[in-house]
Design a protein around this ligand. Structure first.
Ligand SMILES: [Zn+2]
Length: 298
């Protein structure tokens, strides 16, 4: 009897646990559990297609951001980058919020795809309590993939500050800063040093004011405004005003050209890419990139 129980136990262990469901929308694949603690909290399915609307809305938000940055504003496409070679898709894991410190993460590594083991994918992770109508996490994390694909620089005031700025693509900002303090901040060493120490708040301290000061008021085309809607019909883009899309792209491109200098100072490209992506010494190269873009408009 005891042996029989052991054998049954052994056989049960061999049965694979239910595999996660996959929802595909273009190159975006959302990987999610339909039941259990990792399943989405809100299972509303108003279009009755068997996929929770939240899952579809996460994919829609990522695709909206992807088309806006890649096709309208010509940001480097992470799927075409030298860093992420032979990658065909963007996977979004839905994970239990209880296991996460924030609502999302973006990963700079390539993994074996979860929807097709013969492929490789880049990926982000989003909490199962996400409400895409209110939370811009999928967009924010996708912007990190753009940053990772475009440059190895990873200092927080660039990485998190600019990703928070990017949320304005789909959110509605009521009051933009006037940007009058930008010339002072770009010249004053102690002001710059303060920026190097902050992360998310660099959006309000530097990136938004820079965009407004440089009068980079971009419009999101009507075609995109009309194309991207959540399942319930709510538009993804809350308004068509987006400050800074051209300035930020140019900063990122200039940053890429300064990687060699930053790496040299750190002891070589291989070492820098491995250990130096967040080094404090990087800040002056990123800041020089900001100044270069700023001065190019004068
Ligand atoms: Zn972030």
């Amino acid at each position: 009897m005891r042996i029989l129980i052991m054998i049954i136990g052994f056989l049960l262990a061999l049965i694979p646990t239910a595999s996660a469901a996959v929802y595909q929308q273009g190159v975006v694949y959302v990987i999610y559990d339909e039941e259990g603690k990792a399943a989405v909290a809100d299972k509303t399915d108003i279009n009755s297609n068997g996929v929770p609307d939240v899952i579809e809305d996460v994919a829609t938000q990522v695709n909206a951001a992807r088309e806006l940055f890649k096709d309208v504003f010509k940001y480097p496409d992470p799927l075409e980058s030298e860093r992420f070679k032979n990658v065909k898709s963007i996977e979004v894991d839905i994970a239990p919020k209880a296991n996460m410190k924030s609502y999302g993460n973006a990963y700079s590594g390539v993994r074996k795809s979860k929807h097709d083991p013969n492929e490789r994918a880049i990926h982000i992770r989003v909490a199962n309590t996400i409400e895409p109508h209110k939370h811009f996490t999928p967009e924010h994390e996708y912007f990190h993939l753009i940053q990772y694909g475009a440059t190895y620089f990873r200092n927080g005031w660039f990485l998190e500050g600019m990703a928070r700025w990017s949320q304005d693509a789909i959110s509605k900002t009521e009051k933009y800063p006037d940007g009058k303090d930008i010339p002072f901040k770009l010249k004053n060493e102690s002001a710059a040093k303060k920026i190097f120490k902050i992360k998310y708040s660099a959006a309000e301290n530097l990136w938004y004011p820079l965009a407004v000061n440089m009068k980079d008021k971009a419009k999101i085309p009507d075609s995109l405004m009309n194309k991207y809607k959540y399942v319930d019909g709510t538009p993804v883009f809350k308004d068509n005003i987006f400050y800074g899309a051209n300035v930020m792209r140019n900063v990122i491109l200039v940053m890429k050209s300064k990687e060699g200098s930053a790496a040299e100072e750190f002891g070589g490209m291989q070492k820098w890419r491995k250990e130096g992506q967040r080094d404090d010494q990087n800040s002056k190269y990123i800041f020089d990139s900001v100044k270069e873009v700023y001065n190019s408009k004068k």
